[in-house]
Design a protein around this ligand. Structure first.
Ligand code: FRU
Length: 475
């Protein structure tokens, strides 16, 4: 199995020449969303409406670093071809628009729609600037609505609709809860970020909110809690359904810096109860084990129990320093989520990327079966015409997947960037299946039918189009 392609590629690199970092076209992904020429962070307001997927996002419309927070907007009909739209909610002298969600108010509960109209309602965090006359420094939840399918937005005059006089109350996720006799109601999750708590509220009209319960701190608590989500998923091959809560935290993520944990449990319309409440940080389950998967949340409005998430492919440790310009940061691929019971008796999330149906220049997808019997160990080297490479290692004895990006190209822009990251493999048979997606500066690895994922950004001097698999001595 030993192959020397990698070494040859490294030799050729001497003649490759240098690429000017920051503007190299090959770093821009072709299926992952990036803003045209500005900064982005968290996905916001994910909603499917009339066949159009709306991806709003934390955006600085005036620059390439985090600031002037506004909601940018992109649309798609297939989740992998995005058209950037005009900024939906632009920051003002007194208010920034932090993360939140959007719903289709088809029952017109908020009364924003006229006859024959349907309102899209965005529930976002008003982060009040020092210039605000009465609310400076606070974070509270507010509404805006669109009566033209998301093209233009009007802020509700009664904002904020939910104010706890807190400086760290943010990231509302709202969904319609109808697992009850009766008409159902809106549920909002938001965080008290510094307290590491998810606070749950209910409403009939999106305007008046009543407290339901508070969850946390629990499991991974090493940083502020941000961007919660909660939804129901069937457990594959059973007639059971469970509730999954997502909580991002920064720092304190599994690979260092920003990360996203999830809890499997029950939600009775008031309280979320995790299966394993007392497990502490070691008991945390992670949606991704790379350094670059943060703030994932799911789309509202998707039929047939399908649950699709998008995360932000970066890490607050170095997000403002990554070497691309004028755009900076990308989203992850959208992922379809499921639940499976693993051999250790736990219900765990599995993820599958949404990929383009057609071949796309610049996007490489490797489907690999790595031999695992007898505790074998393999390196999967992702490389190209340049000197740079990412080395993945599948260690069947240790049941781990490791990613080493120390030699992946430009790693010097921040001391926290070069890294070796390790993920557990929960279900190792005679082989380990890997799907490796390389798209510009984003690399996503899905192992064991999506039970383990590992997302990394990299800045090689030439595209990492090749793969070489070689067996190495067991550790
Ligand atoms: C998460 C986050 C959110 C906040 C937003 C501000 O990355 O810090 O908590 O709403 O980014 O841009």
């Amino acid at each position: 199995m030993t192959d020397t392609t990698v070494d040859r590629a490294r030799d050729r690199a001497a003649t490759h020449g240098t690429t000017e970092h920051g503007s190299a076209a090959h770093l821009r992904p072709v299926a992952h969303f990036a803003a045209r020429d500005t900064w982005l962070n968290d996905p916001n307001g994910l909603v499917l409406h009339d066949g159009t997927w709306h991806l709003f996002f934390q955006n600085n419309p005036e620059g390439g670093t985090h600031g002037n927070l506004s909601w940018g907007h992109a649309t798609s009909t297939d989740l992998v071809t995005w058209t950037e739209q005009p900024v939906a909610l632009r920051h003002t002298a007194t208010e920034e628009f932090f993360s939140g969600s959007a719903v289709v108010d088809d029952r017109n509960t908020a009364g924003f729609a006229g006859p024959g109209q349907t309102a899209l309602v965005a529930i976002y965090t008003s982060a009040y600037r020092p210039a605000h006359p009465t609310l400076a420094g606070r974070q509270a939840q507010s509404l805006a609505y669109s009566l033209d399918d998301g093209r233009t937005w009007t802020r509700y005059e009664g904002n904020p609709v939910l104010d706890r006089a807190s400086a760290n109350f943010r990231d509302p996720k709202v969904f319609w809860y109808d697992d009850v006799a009766g008409p159902g109601y809106w549920v909002m999750l938001a965080v008290e970020a510094v307290d590491r708590q998810v606070v749950l509220y209910r409403s009939d009209d999106l305007k008046q909110w009543d407290h339901l319960s508070t969850f946390g701190p629990a499991h991974a608590t090493g940083g502020v809690w941000e961007c919660p989500d909660l939804f129901r998923l069937p457990v594959r091959g059973t007639d059971r359904t469970r509730w999954v809560m997502i909580v991002s935290l920064n720092p304190g993520g599994v690979a260092g810096g920003s990360g996203a944990q999830y809890f499997v449990g029950d939600f009775d319309g008031t309280t979320f109860t995790p299966d394993r409440p007392g497990d502490g940080p070691q008991g945390a389950d992670w949606l991704d084990h790379g350094r670059d998967y943060y703030a994932p949340v799911s789309f509202n409005g998707v039929p047939d129990g399908r649950r699709v998430t998008v995360g932000w492919a970066s890490n607050w440790d170095y997000a403002n320093d990554t070497p691309t310009a004028p755009w900076r940061s990308t989203m992850s691929l959208p992922r379809e989520l499921g639940l499976v019971r693993t051999p250790d008796g736990r219900d765990r999330v599995v993820q599958r990327p949404v990929l383009p149906q057609e071949d796309r220049e610049g996007l490489v997808v490797h489907e690999l079966e790595i031999p695992a019997e007898g505790g074998r160990r393999h390196e999967i080297v992702l490389h190209g015409e340049g000197p740079d490479a990412v080395v993945l290692t599948v260690d069947a004895a240790a049941r781990t997947l490791t990613s080493d990006r120390r030699g992946s190209g430009d790693v010097g822009f921040h001391p926290g960037f070069p890294s070796v990251d390790t993920a557990p493999l929960h279900d190792v048979g005679t082989t380990v299946d890997l799907t490796v997606v390389v798209d510009g500066c984003v690399l996503e690895v899905y192992a064991c039918a999506g039970l383990t994922t590992l997302t990394q950004i990299v800045f090689p001097s030439a595209p990492l189009t090749q793969v070489t698999v070689r067996e190495v001595a067991a550790a």
